[in-house]
Structures are given as C-alpha cells and as structure tokens.
Design a protein around this ligand. Structure first.
Ligand code: RTP
Ligand code: MG
Length: 147
C-alpha cells in the first residue's frame, strides 16, 4: 500500500476548509495514518521544499509555509500519490479544474490550500521530515472491505 504526505497549508487553515478537505480523502476510501497540527520550523520548511531551493520564489515560499499552522497528514491507499495529486488539482488555480480542491477553493498560485507529495521518494522524505515512525498509526478498517 502506498503512502503520501498531505499538508493543509496556512491559507487552508485560515479559510476554514480543513474539514471539507479531510472529508474528500476519507470519502475516497483512503486511510489516515497520522496527523499533526503544527507550525513548520525554518529547517523543516527548507527540507520540505528542497527541490525548489534555487528558484526565485523559494524565499517567499518558505516565508509563507512557516507563517502559521499547517495540518500535516500521512494517508495510505492504492496509487494514492497519483490519485491525491489529481484530487488536489493543478498548482495554478487558473488551470485547476472545478471539483478539485484547488479548483474549488484556491484563487492564487501562492495560496493554493494544500500540498501533496509528487513521488514515492518525495513522500518518504516529506513524511520523515514531520513524523517519527511511531507516530504512524496502523489499524484495520473493518466496515468497508470492498474499497
Ligand atoms: P506543492 O509542492 O506545494 O504541493 O505544489 P505543487 O507540487 O503543485 O507545485 P510545485 O511546483 O512543487 O511548487 C511548490 C509551490 O511553490 C509555489 N510556486 N510559485 N511563483 C511561481 O512561479 C511559483 N511556482 C510554484 C506554489 O505555491 C506551489 O504550490
Ligand atoms: Mg510540489
């Protein structure tokens, strides 16, 4: 089973859409393994976005992602990385389709509500950056074996 790191960004927290976003992943049939409401440190933020460290928008991105609380989560499910990226929608809300999280809630590229890992390698790095192994909870979903 694949795991991904999803994080409701500071704007998503401020906009009061955390419940709706979590509902979407629950209703899809994915399983929550861990959650942490926290403010990322400078070091965690730089590690999280390390692939963008040479981009001109890096400073602004780090400032934004550390500007307030985020809700960091680990979710699990078949092909969850690809499917959750589809549910999140394109980076720029101009391109994000209605029905996606960014298509429904975001109006600006820098305020796009949620992060989702883009590969298994990123997911492993991003999860380790915020969670310890013992913070990942394993449990059986006994009510819906058909999902
Ligand atoms: P994220 O990592 O936050 O989930 O977003 P993403 O994969 O859809 O997009 P990515 O290319 O990884 O970019 C990370 C975040 O940087 C901001 N960005 N600004 N000014 C710009 O041209 C620019 N490009 C990207 C966005 O807020 C994006 O979510
Ligand atoms: Mg990204």
């Amino acid at each position: 089973m694949e795991k991904t790191f999803l994080m409701i960004k500071p704007d998503g927290v401020q906009r009061n859409v955390m419940g709706d976003i979590i509902s979407r992943f629950e209703q899809k049939g994915f399983q929550l393994r861990a959650g942490k409401f926290t403010v990322l440190s400078q070091e965690q933020a730089e590690k999280h976005y390390e692939e963008h460290k040479d981009k001109p928008f890096f400073g602004e991105l780090i400032e934004f992602i550390t500007s307030g609380p985020v809700f960091a989560m680990v979710w699990e499910g078949d092909n969850i990385i690809q499917i959750s990226r589809m549910m999140i929608g394109k980076t720029d809300p101009i391109d994000a389709q209605p029905g996606t999280i960014r298509g429904d809630f975001a109006a600006h590229k820098n305020l796009n509500i949620i992060h989702g890992s883009d590969s298994n390698e990123s997911a492993v790095r991003e999860i380790e950056n915020v969670f310890t192994d013992s913070e990942l909870v394993s449990y059986e979903k006994t009510l819906a074996p058909w999902i």
